[in-house]
Design a protein around this ligand. Structure first.
Ligand code: FAD
Length: 495
Protein backbone atom coordinates (compact mmCIF):
# COMPACT_ATOMS: atom_id res chain seq x y z
CA UNK A 1 0.00 0.00 0.00
CA UNK A 2 1.69 3.19 -1.07
CA UNK A 3 1.45 6.47 0.74
CA UNK A 4 0.16 8.00 -2.47
CA UNK A 5 -2.85 5.72 -2.48
CA UNK A 6 -3.51 6.41 1.16
CA UNK A 7 -3.42 10.16 0.57
CA UNK A 8 -5.63 9.83 -2.47
CA UNK A 9 -8.20 7.92 -0.49
CA UNK A 10 -8.11 10.39 2.37
CA UNK A 11 -8.60 13.12 -0.20
CA UNK A 12 -11.69 11.43 -1.55
CA UNK A 13 -13.25 11.11 1.87
CA UNK A 14 -12.42 14.67 2.89
CA UNK A 15 -13.52 16.17 -0.41
CA UNK A 16 -16.74 14.24 -0.35
CA UNK A 17 -17.58 14.97 3.23
CA UNK A 18 -17.32 18.70 2.65
CA UNK A 19 -20.83 18.77 1.19
CA UNK A 20 -23.64 19.94 3.42
CA UNK A 21 -25.03 16.87 5.12
CA UNK A 22 -28.25 18.27 6.54
CA UNK A 23 -29.63 19.99 3.49
CA UNK A 24 -30.73 16.96 1.52
CA UNK A 25 -32.27 15.48 4.64
CA UNK A 26 -34.35 18.60 4.98
CA UNK A 27 -35.51 18.37 1.37
CA UNK A 28 -36.39 14.74 1.96
CA UNK A 29 -38.28 15.52 5.12
CA UNK A 30 -40.81 17.50 3.12
CA UNK A 31 -42.12 14.07 2.25
CA UNK A 32 -43.10 13.36 5.84
CA UNK A 33 -44.37 16.71 7.02
CA UNK A 34 -47.77 18.27 6.68
CA UNK A 35 -46.39 21.65 5.70
CA UNK A 36 -44.91 21.65 2.28
CA UNK A 37 -42.90 24.87 2.55
CA UNK A 38 -39.43 24.12 3.84
CA UNK A 39 -38.56 25.73 7.17
CA UNK A 40 -35.12 27.31 6.91
CA UNK A 41 -32.87 28.84 9.53
CA UNK A 42 -29.41 30.35 9.78
CA UNK A 43 -27.77 26.94 9.85
CA UNK A 44 -29.39 25.31 6.85
CA UNK A 45 -30.34 28.33 4.70
CA UNK A 46 -27.30 28.30 2.41
CA UNK A 47 -26.96 24.55 2.10
CA UNK A 48 -30.62 23.83 1.30
CA UNK A 49 -30.76 26.57 -1.31
CA UNK A 50 -27.49 25.40 -2.80
CA UNK A 51 -28.61 21.78 -3.02
CA UNK A 52 -32.11 22.19 -4.36
CA UNK A 53 -32.66 21.01 -7.92
CA UNK A 54 -35.38 23.69 -8.31
CA UNK A 55 -34.75 26.57 -10.72
CA UNK A 56 -36.32 29.26 -8.55
CA UNK A 57 -36.93 29.82 -4.87
CA UNK A 58 -39.47 31.76 -2.85
CA UNK A 59 -38.33 32.74 0.64
CA UNK A 60 -40.97 33.93 3.06
CA UNK A 61 -39.67 35.85 6.06
CA UNK A 62 -42.28 35.74 8.81
CA UNK A 63 -42.63 35.80 12.59
CA UNK A 64 -44.51 33.05 14.38
CA UNK A 65 -46.22 35.55 16.69
CA UNK A 66 -47.59 37.60 13.80
CA UNK A 67 -51.36 36.95 13.30
CA UNK A 68 -51.25 38.06 9.66
CA UNK A 69 -48.52 35.50 9.03
CA UNK A 70 -50.65 32.76 10.63
CA UNK A 71 -53.55 33.71 8.37
CA UNK A 72 -51.27 33.83 5.37
CA UNK A 73 -49.85 30.36 5.99
CA UNK A 74 -52.70 28.37 4.34
CA UNK A 75 -52.34 30.55 1.23
CA UNK A 76 -48.61 29.99 1.08
CA UNK A 77 -49.06 26.26 1.66
CA UNK A 78 -51.59 26.02 -1.16
CA UNK A 79 -48.90 27.21 -3.54
CA UNK A 80 -46.12 25.20 -1.88
CA UNK A 81 -48.06 21.97 -2.39
CA UNK A 82 -47.81 22.54 -6.15
CA UNK A 83 -44.03 22.71 -6.11
CA UNK A 84 -42.58 21.00 -3.01
CA UNK A 85 -42.35 17.41 -1.87
CA UNK A 86 -42.64 14.04 -3.57
CA UNK A 87 -46.29 14.66 -4.46
CA UNK A 88 -45.51 17.98 -6.09
CA UNK A 89 -47.66 18.68 -9.09
CA UNK A 90 -44.93 20.69 -10.80
CA UNK A 91 -41.67 19.39 -9.32
CA UNK A 92 -38.25 20.90 -9.80
CA UNK A 93 -39.45 24.40 -10.66
CA UNK A 94 -39.83 26.42 -7.47
CA UNK A 95 -38.61 25.68 -3.95
CA UNK A 96 -40.97 27.33 -1.43
CA UNK A 97 -39.32 28.11 1.90
CA UNK A 98 -39.89 30.14 5.05
CA UNK A 99 -37.69 31.68 7.74
CA UNK A 100 -39.01 32.59 11.18
CA UNK A 101 -37.46 35.97 12.00
CA UNK A 102 -38.83 35.82 15.54
CA UNK A 103 -36.21 33.19 16.32
CA UNK A 104 -33.18 34.96 17.77
CA UNK A 105 -30.81 32.72 15.85
CA UNK A 106 -32.26 33.99 12.55
CA UNK A 107 -31.92 37.70 13.32
CA UNK A 108 -28.77 38.23 11.23
CA UNK A 109 -30.24 36.33 8.32
CA UNK A 110 -33.39 38.45 8.34
CA UNK A 111 -31.29 41.60 8.65
CA UNK A 112 -29.25 40.64 5.61
CA UNK A 113 -32.46 40.68 3.58
CA UNK A 114 -33.58 43.98 5.12
CA UNK A 115 -36.83 42.41 6.29
CA UNK A 116 -39.09 45.36 7.09
CA UNK A 117 -42.49 43.70 7.59
CA UNK A 118 -44.09 40.29 7.98
CA UNK A 119 -44.68 38.32 5.93
CA UNK A 120 -42.14 39.51 3.37
CA UNK A 121 -41.58 37.36 0.31
CA UNK A 122 -38.56 37.16 -1.99
CA UNK A 123 -38.05 35.49 -5.33
CA UNK A 124 -34.89 34.48 -7.20
CA UNK A 125 -32.64 31.67 -8.41
CA UNK A 126 -31.81 29.61 -5.28
CA UNK A 127 -28.07 30.09 -5.72
CA UNK A 128 -28.51 33.87 -5.51
CA UNK A 129 -29.80 33.52 -1.96
CA UNK A 130 -26.73 31.58 -0.89
CA UNK A 131 -24.56 33.95 1.14
CA UNK A 132 -26.83 36.58 -0.39
CA UNK A 133 -28.49 39.73 0.79
CA UNK A 134 -31.04 42.27 -0.37
CA UNK A 135 -31.24 46.02 0.00
CA UNK A 136 -34.31 48.08 -0.87
CA UNK A 137 -32.76 50.41 -3.41
CA UNK A 138 -30.26 48.15 -5.03
CA UNK A 139 -30.95 47.83 -8.76
CA UNK A 140 -30.12 44.80 -10.86
CA UNK A 141 -30.43 42.30 -8.01
CA UNK A 142 -31.70 38.94 -9.23
CA UNK A 143 -33.54 38.68 -5.94
CA UNK A 144 -36.94 40.36 -6.18
CA UNK A 145 -39.50 41.26 -3.56
CA UNK A 146 -42.85 39.65 -4.32
CA UNK A 147 -45.08 42.68 -4.06
CA UNK A 148 -48.36 41.03 -4.90
CA UNK A 149 -48.70 37.69 -3.16
CA UNK A 150 -51.32 38.33 -0.49
CA UNK A 151 -53.46 35.37 -1.43
CA UNK A 152 -52.60 32.00 -2.93
CA UNK A 153 -54.13 33.08 -6.26
CA UNK A 154 -52.17 36.31 -6.38
CA UNK A 155 -48.92 34.64 -5.39
CA UNK A 156 -49.34 32.00 -8.08
CA UNK A 157 -50.21 34.68 -10.65
CA UNK A 158 -47.08 36.56 -9.71
CA UNK A 159 -44.99 33.38 -10.17
CA UNK A 160 -46.73 32.59 -13.46
CA UNK A 161 -45.83 36.04 -14.77
CA UNK A 162 -42.19 35.60 -13.80
CA UNK A 163 -41.70 32.31 -15.56
CA UNK A 164 -44.32 32.54 -18.29
CA UNK A 165 -46.29 29.60 -16.93
CA UNK A 166 -49.99 29.07 -16.41
CA UNK A 167 -50.11 26.96 -13.27
CA UNK A 168 -53.41 26.80 -11.45
CA UNK A 169 -54.14 26.09 -7.80
CA UNK A 170 -56.39 23.23 -8.85
CA UNK A 171 -53.79 21.52 -11.01
CA UNK A 172 -53.74 17.80 -10.32
CA UNK A 173 -50.79 15.52 -10.09
CA UNK A 174 -49.84 14.00 -13.44
CA UNK A 175 -51.81 16.48 -15.46
CA UNK A 176 -48.36 17.75 -15.73
CA UNK A 177 -46.75 19.40 -18.67
CA UNK A 178 -43.44 18.69 -17.00
CA UNK A 179 -43.92 15.00 -17.44
CA UNK A 180 -41.72 15.13 -20.50
CA UNK A 181 -42.04 12.82 -23.39
CA UNK A 182 -39.37 10.39 -24.41
CA UNK A 183 -38.63 12.44 -27.49
CA UNK A 184 -37.25 14.81 -24.96
CA UNK A 185 -35.41 18.04 -25.06
CA UNK A 186 -31.68 17.37 -25.16
CA UNK A 187 -31.06 19.48 -22.07
CA UNK A 188 -33.49 17.66 -19.81
CA UNK A 189 -31.03 14.88 -19.07
CA UNK A 190 -29.25 17.28 -16.69
CA UNK A 191 -32.16 16.82 -14.26
CA UNK A 192 -31.36 13.12 -14.08
CA UNK A 193 -28.35 13.73 -11.82
CA UNK A 194 -30.67 13.55 -8.83
CA UNK A 195 -32.50 10.54 -10.21
CA UNK A 196 -29.25 8.64 -10.52
CA UNK A 197 -28.45 9.33 -6.87
CA UNK A 198 -31.93 8.29 -5.84
CA UNK A 199 -31.88 5.11 -7.93
CA UNK A 200 -28.51 4.18 -6.42
CA UNK A 201 -29.86 4.68 -2.90
CA UNK A 202 -33.01 2.74 -3.76
CA UNK A 203 -31.05 -0.17 -5.26
CA UNK A 204 -28.98 -0.33 -2.09
CA UNK A 205 -32.07 -0.20 0.14
CA UNK A 206 -33.61 -3.06 -1.83
CA UNK A 207 -30.46 -5.14 -1.25
CA UNK A 208 -30.74 -4.41 2.47
CA UNK A 209 -34.47 -5.09 2.64
CA UNK A 210 -34.08 -8.44 0.88
CA UNK A 211 -30.90 -9.35 2.74
CA UNK A 212 -29.73 -10.12 -0.75
CA UNK A 213 -26.05 -10.84 -0.11
CA UNK A 214 -26.52 -14.52 0.54
CA UNK A 215 -23.46 -16.34 -0.71
CA UNK A 216 -19.83 -15.84 -1.64
CA UNK A 217 -21.01 -15.36 -5.23
CA UNK A 218 -23.48 -12.58 -4.40
CA UNK A 219 -20.94 -11.07 -2.04
CA UNK A 220 -18.32 -10.92 -4.82
CA UNK A 221 -20.90 -9.48 -7.18
CA UNK A 222 -21.87 -6.81 -4.64
CA UNK A 223 -18.22 -5.85 -4.13
CA UNK A 224 -17.59 -5.54 -7.87
CA UNK A 225 -20.56 -3.26 -8.32
CA UNK A 226 -19.60 -1.12 -5.33
CA UNK A 227 -16.06 -0.83 -6.72
CA UNK A 228 -17.51 0.43 -9.97
CA UNK A 229 -19.58 3.01 -8.09
CA UNK A 230 -16.66 4.09 -5.89
CA UNK A 231 -14.62 4.85 -8.97
CA UNK A 232 -17.13 6.15 -11.49
CA UNK A 233 -20.42 7.21 -9.96
CA UNK A 234 -21.18 10.72 -11.15
CA UNK A 235 -22.10 11.85 -7.63
CA UNK A 236 -19.39 12.56 -5.13
CA UNK A 237 -21.52 11.52 -2.18
CA UNK A 238 -22.26 8.13 -3.79
CA UNK A 239 -18.58 7.56 -4.57
CA UNK A 240 -17.73 8.34 -0.97
CA UNK A 241 -20.46 6.06 0.41
CA UNK A 242 -19.35 3.23 -1.88
CA UNK A 243 -15.69 3.66 -0.89
CA UNK A 244 -16.61 3.54 2.81
CA UNK A 245 -18.57 0.33 2.34
CA UNK A 246 -15.62 -1.24 0.56
CA UNK A 247 -13.14 -0.28 3.22
CA UNK A 248 -15.35 -1.70 5.97
CA UNK A 249 -16.76 -4.61 4.03
CA UNK A 250 -14.97 -7.44 5.84
CA UNK A 251 -16.29 -6.19 9.15
CA UNK A 252 -19.78 -5.55 7.87
CA UNK A 253 -20.09 -8.82 5.99
CA UNK A 254 -17.61 -11.37 7.40
CA UNK A 255 -17.54 -14.31 4.96
CA UNK A 256 -20.36 -12.65 3.03
CA UNK A 257 -22.55 -12.80 6.14
CA UNK A 258 -23.86 -9.26 6.38
CA UNK A 259 -25.81 -7.64 9.16
CA UNK A 260 -28.38 -5.32 7.67
CA UNK A 261 -30.02 -3.51 10.59
CA UNK A 262 -29.98 0.26 10.77
CA UNK A 263 -28.93 0.70 14.39
CA UNK A 264 -27.22 4.06 14.19
CA UNK A 265 -23.79 2.56 14.90
CA UNK A 266 -21.14 1.80 12.32
CA UNK A 267 -20.98 -1.96 12.46
CA UNK A 268 -23.71 -3.00 10.03
CA UNK A 269 -24.20 -2.56 6.31
CA UNK A 270 -27.49 -0.80 7.05
CA UNK A 271 -25.56 1.98 8.76
CA UNK A 272 -23.56 2.77 5.63
CA UNK A 273 -26.01 4.49 3.28
CA UNK A 274 -24.50 4.28 -0.16
CA UNK A 275 -25.06 7.91 -1.12
CA UNK A 276 -25.11 9.35 2.39
CA UNK A 277 -28.16 9.89 4.57
CA UNK A 278 -29.53 12.89 2.80
CA UNK A 279 -30.49 11.86 -0.71
CA UNK A 280 -34.16 12.83 -1.07
CA UNK A 281 -36.53 10.03 -1.98
CA UNK A 282 -39.57 10.10 -4.19
CA UNK A 283 -38.18 12.99 -6.19
CA UNK A 284 -37.59 11.40 -9.56
CA UNK A 285 -37.64 14.25 -12.02
CA UNK A 286 -36.24 13.21 -15.39
CA UNK A 287 -37.61 9.73 -14.64
CA UNK A 288 -40.96 10.89 -13.27
CA UNK A 289 -43.83 9.04 -14.91
CA UNK A 290 -47.18 10.49 -15.82
CA UNK A 291 -48.79 7.76 -13.71
CA UNK A 292 -47.99 6.75 -10.16
CA UNK A 293 -46.71 3.29 -10.96
CA UNK A 294 -44.54 3.90 -14.01
CA UNK A 295 -40.90 4.84 -14.54
CA UNK A 296 -38.93 6.05 -11.48
CA UNK A 297 -36.48 3.50 -10.16
CA UNK A 298 -35.98 1.33 -13.25
CA UNK A 299 -35.48 4.42 -15.42
CA UNK A 300 -32.97 5.76 -12.89
CA UNK A 301 -31.15 2.44 -12.96
CA UNK A 302 -30.78 2.59 -16.74
CA UNK A 303 -29.45 6.14 -16.53
CA UNK A 304 -27.00 5.01 -13.83
CA UNK A 305 -25.80 2.18 -16.08
CA UNK A 306 -25.36 4.44 -19.11
CA UNK A 307 -23.63 7.08 -17.01
CA UNK A 308 -21.19 4.48 -15.64
CA UNK A 309 -20.52 3.07 -19.10
CA UNK A 310 -19.39 6.42 -20.53
CA UNK A 311 -17.06 7.07 -17.58
CA UNK A 312 -14.89 3.98 -17.72
CA UNK A 313 -11.57 3.46 -19.49
CA UNK A 314 -10.78 0.79 -22.09
CA UNK A 315 -8.98 -1.42 -19.55
CA UNK A 316 -12.01 -1.54 -17.28
CA UNK A 317 -14.63 -2.31 -19.88
CA UNK A 318 -14.91 -6.01 -19.25
CA UNK A 319 -14.82 -5.55 -15.49
CA UNK A 320 -17.63 -2.99 -15.77
CA UNK A 321 -19.61 -5.33 -18.01
CA UNK A 322 -19.30 -8.18 -15.50
CA UNK A 323 -20.10 -5.90 -12.58
CA UNK A 324 -23.30 -4.64 -14.20
CA UNK A 325 -24.43 -8.03 -15.50
CA UNK A 326 -23.90 -9.67 -12.10
CA UNK A 327 -25.53 -6.79 -10.28
CA UNK A 328 -28.70 -7.04 -12.39
CA UNK A 329 -28.70 -10.81 -12.17
CA UNK A 330 -28.30 -10.91 -8.39
CA UNK A 331 -29.93 -7.75 -7.15
CA UNK A 332 -32.55 -6.46 -9.58
CA UNK A 333 -35.66 -7.94 -8.03
CA UNK A 334 -37.64 -8.20 -11.25
CA UNK A 335 -37.48 -11.76 -12.45
CA UNK A 336 -38.44 -11.16 -16.05
CA UNK A 337 -36.02 -8.26 -16.32
CA UNK A 338 -33.03 -10.06 -14.94
CA UNK A 339 -33.65 -13.27 -16.89
CA UNK A 340 -33.80 -11.39 -20.18
CA UNK A 341 -30.88 -9.21 -19.26
CA UNK A 342 -28.84 -12.23 -18.20
CA UNK A 343 -29.47 -13.85 -21.60
CA UNK A 344 -28.10 -10.75 -23.28
CA UNK A 345 -25.06 -10.83 -20.98
CA UNK A 346 -24.45 -14.50 -21.74
CA UNK A 347 -24.57 -13.80 -25.46
CA UNK A 348 -21.32 -11.80 -25.14
CA UNK A 349 -18.66 -14.37 -25.94
CA UNK A 350 -15.53 -12.22 -26.29
CA UNK A 351 -14.39 -10.00 -23.42
CA UNK A 352 -14.73 -6.30 -24.09
CA UNK A 353 -11.44 -4.54 -24.74
CA UNK A 354 -12.74 -1.08 -25.61
CA UNK A 355 -14.93 1.18 -23.51
CA UNK A 356 -16.63 2.23 -26.76
CA UNK A 357 -17.83 -1.33 -27.35
CA UNK A 358 -19.22 -1.53 -23.83
CA UNK A 359 -21.02 1.83 -24.13
CA UNK A 360 -22.63 0.65 -27.36
CA UNK A 361 -23.49 -2.72 -25.82
CA UNK A 362 -25.43 -1.12 -22.95
CA UNK A 363 -27.20 1.15 -25.45
CA UNK A 364 -28.18 -1.68 -27.83
CA UNK A 365 -29.20 -3.92 -24.93
CA UNK A 366 -31.47 -1.17 -23.64
CA UNK A 367 -32.94 -0.83 -27.13
CA UNK A 368 -33.63 -4.57 -27.25
CA UNK A 369 -35.58 -4.21 -24.00
CA UNK A 370 -37.39 -1.18 -25.47
CA UNK A 371 -38.26 -3.12 -28.58
CA UNK A 372 -39.74 -6.00 -26.60
CA UNK A 373 -41.65 -3.68 -24.28
CA UNK A 374 -43.03 -1.63 -27.17
CA UNK A 375 -45.05 -4.69 -28.14
CA UNK A 376 -45.94 -5.84 -24.62
CA UNK A 377 -47.03 -2.42 -23.44
CA UNK A 378 -49.11 -1.79 -26.54
CA UNK A 379 -50.99 -5.06 -26.12
CA UNK A 380 -51.35 -4.93 -22.32
CA UNK A 381 -51.81 -1.18 -21.92
CA UNK A 382 -49.28 -1.20 -19.09
CA UNK A 383 -46.93 1.49 -20.38
CA UNK A 384 -46.79 5.14 -19.49
CA UNK A 385 -48.96 6.95 -22.05
CA UNK A 386 -46.59 9.91 -22.08
CA UNK A 387 -43.52 7.73 -22.44
CA UNK A 388 -44.22 5.03 -24.98
CA UNK A 389 -41.12 2.92 -25.57
CA UNK A 390 -39.15 3.91 -28.62
CA UNK A 391 -35.93 2.86 -30.26
CA UNK A 392 -33.55 5.40 -28.87
CA UNK A 393 -32.19 8.02 -29.51
CA UNK A 394 -34.94 9.34 -31.76
CA UNK A 395 -33.90 11.41 -34.77
CA UNK A 396 -35.01 14.57 -32.96
CA UNK A 397 -32.27 13.99 -30.40
CA UNK A 398 -29.54 12.76 -32.69
CA UNK A 399 -30.14 13.12 -36.43
CA UNK A 400 -26.51 12.20 -37.18
CA UNK A 401 -26.91 8.85 -35.40
CA UNK A 402 -29.07 7.68 -38.33
CA UNK A 403 -27.56 6.50 -41.60
CA UNK A 404 -30.93 5.39 -42.86
CA UNK A 405 -34.20 4.21 -41.44
CA UNK A 406 -37.50 2.79 -42.53
CA UNK A 407 -40.41 1.32 -40.61
CA UNK A 408 -38.70 -2.03 -40.25
CA UNK A 409 -35.11 -1.19 -39.51
CA UNK A 410 -32.61 1.48 -38.65
CA UNK A 411 -29.07 1.64 -39.89
CA UNK A 412 -27.05 3.40 -37.21
CA UNK A 413 -23.90 5.42 -37.53
CA UNK A 414 -22.21 3.85 -34.52
CA UNK A 415 -19.46 6.48 -34.36
CA UNK A 416 -22.08 9.15 -33.97
CA UNK A 417 -24.15 7.12 -31.54
CA UNK A 418 -21.04 6.65 -29.40
CA UNK A 419 -20.20 10.36 -29.53
CA UNK A 420 -23.77 11.24 -28.69
CA UNK A 421 -23.93 8.86 -25.70
CA UNK A 422 -20.54 10.02 -24.37
CA UNK A 423 -21.72 13.60 -24.33
CA UNK A 424 -25.33 12.98 -23.28
CA UNK A 425 -24.54 10.74 -20.31
CA UNK A 426 -21.19 12.48 -19.64
CA UNK A 427 -20.90 16.28 -19.48
CA UNK A 428 -24.52 16.97 -20.39
CA UNK A 429 -25.83 14.86 -17.53
CA UNK A 430 -23.76 16.75 -14.96
CA UNK A 431 -24.20 20.17 -16.55
CA UNK A 432 -26.63 21.27 -13.84
CA UNK A 433 -23.78 21.18 -11.35
CA UNK A 434 -21.72 23.20 -13.75
CA UNK A 435 -24.41 25.81 -14.36
CA UNK A 436 -24.89 26.22 -10.62
CA UNK A 437 -21.20 26.69 -10.12
CA UNK A 438 -20.95 29.35 -12.85
CA UNK A 439 -23.34 31.53 -10.95
CA UNK A 440 -21.96 30.42 -7.61
CA UNK A 441 -18.78 31.08 -5.73
CA UNK A 442 -15.28 29.88 -6.47
CA UNK A 443 -15.66 27.32 -3.70
CA UNK A 444 -18.75 25.94 -5.39
CA UNK A 445 -16.92 25.72 -8.68
CA UNK A 446 -14.31 23.49 -7.07
CA UNK A 447 -16.99 21.29 -5.49
CA UNK A 448 -18.87 21.05 -8.76
CA UNK A 449 -15.77 20.14 -10.70
CA UNK A 450 -15.10 17.33 -8.28
CA UNK A 451 -18.37 15.81 -9.30
CA UNK A 452 -17.22 15.45 -12.86
CA UNK A 453 -14.46 13.09 -11.73
CA UNK A 454 -13.01 10.78 -14.26
CA UNK A 455 -15.01 12.22 -17.10
CA UNK A 456 -12.77 15.27 -16.89
CA UNK A 457 -9.15 16.00 -17.36
CA UNK A 458 -7.06 14.59 -14.54
CA UNK A 459 -5.04 17.76 -14.30
CA UNK A 460 -7.95 19.89 -13.14
CA UNK A 461 -9.45 17.33 -10.81
CA UNK A 462 -8.73 17.86 -7.12
CA UNK A 463 -7.12 15.28 -4.96
CA UNK A 464 -10.32 13.52 -3.88
CA UNK A 465 -11.36 12.70 -7.39
CA UNK A 466 -7.83 11.62 -8.16
CA UNK A 467 -8.53 8.34 -6.37
CA UNK A 468 -11.14 7.58 -8.95
CA UNK A 469 -8.65 8.34 -11.67
CA UNK A 470 -6.00 6.23 -10.00
CA UNK A 471 -8.47 3.38 -9.80
CA UNK A 472 -9.63 3.94 -13.34
CA UNK A 473 -6.13 3.90 -14.70
CA UNK A 474 -5.13 0.66 -13.04
CA UNK A 475 -8.40 -1.18 -13.29
CA UNK A 476 -9.44 -0.82 -9.66
CA UNK A 477 -6.06 -2.04 -8.43
CA UNK A 478 -5.48 0.92 -6.14
CA UNK A 479 -8.73 0.62 -4.25
CA UNK A 480 -8.57 -3.14 -4.11
CA UNK A 481 -5.03 -2.89 -2.78
CA UNK A 482 -5.94 -0.24 -0.21
CA UNK A 483 -8.99 -2.17 0.83
CA UNK A 484 -7.09 -5.41 1.38
CA UNK A 485 -4.40 -3.63 3.39
CA UNK A 486 -7.11 -2.11 5.53
CA UNK A 487 -8.63 -5.50 6.15
CA UNK A 488 -5.29 -6.98 7.15
CA UNK A 489 -4.43 -4.16 9.53
CA UNK A 490 -7.83 -3.92 11.10
CA UNK A 491 -8.69 -5.35 14.48
CA UNK A 492 -11.83 -7.47 14.28
CA UNK A 493 -14.74 -5.36 15.54
CA UNK A 494 -17.13 -8.18 16.01
CA UNK A 495 -17.26 -11.89 15.54
P1 FAD B 1 -36.44 3.48 -19.68
O1 FAD B 1 -36.42 2.35 -20.65
O2 FAD B 1 -36.30 3.13 -18.26
O3 FAD B 1 -35.27 4.47 -20.09
C1 FAD B 1 -34.89 5.56 -19.28
C2 FAD B 1 -34.39 6.68 -20.15
O4 FAD B 1 -33.22 6.24 -20.82
C3 FAD B 1 -35.35 7.06 -21.28
O5 FAD B 1 -36.26 8.03 -20.84
C4 FAD B 1 -34.43 7.61 -22.33
O6 FAD B 1 -34.14 8.96 -22.07
C5 FAD B 1 -33.16 6.80 -22.14
N1 FAD B 1 -33.04 5.67 -23.07
C6 FAD B 1 -34.01 4.90 -23.60
N2 FAD B 1 -33.47 3.95 -24.37
C7 FAD B 1 -32.14 4.13 -24.33
C8 FAD B 1 -31.04 3.47 -24.95
N3 FAD B 1 -31.21 2.44 -25.79
N4 FAD B 1 -29.80 3.91 -24.68
C9 FAD B 1 -29.59 4.96 -23.87
N5 FAD B 1 -30.59 5.62 -23.28
C10 FAD B 1 -31.85 5.21 -23.50
N6 FAD B 1 -39.32 -3.97 -17.85
C11 FAD B 1 -40.10 -4.99 -18.30
O7 FAD B 1 -41.32 -4.84 -18.31
N7 FAD B 1 -39.53 -6.14 -18.75
C12 FAD B 1 -38.18 -6.35 -18.77
O8 FAD B 1 -37.69 -7.40 -19.16
C13 FAD B 1 -37.34 -5.31 -18.28
N8 FAD B 1 -35.99 -5.46 -18.22
C14 FAD B 1 -35.23 -4.48 -17.64
C15 FAD B 1 -33.85 -4.67 -17.47
C16 FAD B 1 -33.08 -3.72 -16.84
C17 FAD B 1 -31.60 -3.95 -16.63
C18 FAD B 1 -33.68 -2.52 -16.36
C19 FAD B 1 -32.84 -1.47 -15.65
C20 FAD B 1 -35.03 -2.31 -16.54
C21 FAD B 1 -35.83 -3.28 -17.17
N9 FAD B 1 -37.19 -3.10 -17.33
C22 FAD B 1 -37.97 -4.11 -17.82
C23 FAD B 1 -37.81 -1.79 -17.05
C24 FAD B 1 -37.91 -0.98 -18.36
O9 FAD B 1 -36.76 -1.14 -19.17
C25 FAD B 1 -38.07 0.50 -18.10
O10 FAD B 1 -37.04 0.93 -17.24
C26 FAD B 1 -39.39 0.88 -17.47
O11 FAD B 1 -40.44 0.38 -18.27
C27 FAD B 1 -39.52 2.42 -17.41
O12 FAD B 1 -39.39 2.94 -18.73
P2 FAD B 1 -39.05 4.42 -19.06
O13 FAD B 1 -40.07 4.98 -19.95
O14 FAD B 1 -38.76 5.17 -17.83
O15 FAD B 1 -37.70 4.36 -19.94
Amino acid sequence: MSLVHLLLFAGLVIAASSSSPGSRLILREIADQKDKAVELNTTNFDSVLKDTPAKYAVVEFFAHWCPACRNYKPHYEKVARLFNGPDAIHPGIVLMTRVDCAMKTNTNLCDKFSVSHYPMLFWGPPIKFVSGSWEPKKDKSEILVIDDGRTAERLLNWINKQIGSSYGLDDQKFENEHALSNITDYNQISQAVYDVEEATAEAFDIILAHKAIKSSETSASFIRFIQLLAAHHLSRRCRKGAAEILVNYDDLCPSGNCSYEKSGGNDTLGNFPICGKDVPRGYYMFCRGSKNDTRGFSCGLWVLMHSLSVRIEDGESHFAFTAICDFVNNFFMCDECRLHFNDMCLSVKTPFKKARDFVLWVWSTHNKVNERLMKDEASLGTGDPKFPKIIWPPKELCPLCYLSSNQKSIEWDHDHVYKFLKNYYGPKLVSLYKEKSVSGSKEETVAATEDLTVATNALVVPIGAALAIAIASCAFGALACYWRTQQKNRKPRRR
